[in-house]
Ligand binder design. Structure first.
Ligand code: SF4
Length: 180
């Protein structure tokens, strides 16, 4: 009975928890990735399987968003044609900071089967936006995607977000830009 009471109220008896604010914020950010899915070719079909009940991507805290302004992660899955590259860049610029990018599959990573003769294909989405994690495969299996997701979450949970803001503010001040 005493144990059950403790579980009901773990702070009973003056207990306390210590943590850095940054760690708590990063814990929340790493476990709640709101993503904008940009499916371009066959890899996107594999991504659909990820969202179905068998693989259940939502258990990682990933929630699909239809607007870049509501997202903090973009997933590029498939062949990035030169025509679509401009659209992707526009969407990326609308995602508020801090934001992340997962590149899913050989095409998004480096042009895939089109890397040599695909005159119409961008040879890697990292030519137009910063990629945080590359997921290899043609197409990657859902398990490979989860591996990439876990790597991204580990990266987010170690980020120095306050220092980053301070650094951006210092760079803005050097350029004479207003700081927020
Ligand atoms: S990496 Fe392979 S499976 Fe994925 S979009 Fe390119 S050709 Fe299709």
């Amino acid at each position: 009975m005493g144990l059950l009471n403790k579980l009901d109220n773990p702070y009973d008896g003056g207990g306390f928890v210590l943590a850095r604010v940054e760690d708590v914020l990063n814990w929340g950010r790493a476990k709640s990735n709101w993503y904008l899915q940009f499916g371009l070719a066959c890899c996107a079909i594999e991504f659909m399987a990820l969202n179905a009940s068998h693989y259940d991507l939502m258990r990682f805290g990933c929630i699909p968003r239809s607007s870049p302004r509501h997202a903090d992660l973009i997933v590029i899955s498939g062949t990035v044609s030169l025509k679509m590259a401009e659209v992707i860049k526009n969407l990326w610029e609308q995602i508020p900071e801090p934001k992340y990018c997962l590149s899913m599959g050989s095409c998004a990573n480096a042009g895939g089967p089109f890397w040599e003769h695909g005159y119409h294909v961008l040879k890697g989405v990292d030519k137009i936006l910063p990629v945080d994690v590359y997921i290899p495969g043609c197409p990657p299996r859902p398990e490979a995607f989860f591996d990439g997701m876990v790597k991204l979450q580990a990266k987010i949970s170690k980020q120095a977000i306050f220092n980053k803001r301070k650094r951006i503010a210092e760079e803005d001040a050097k350029l004479g830009l207003p700081t927020y």
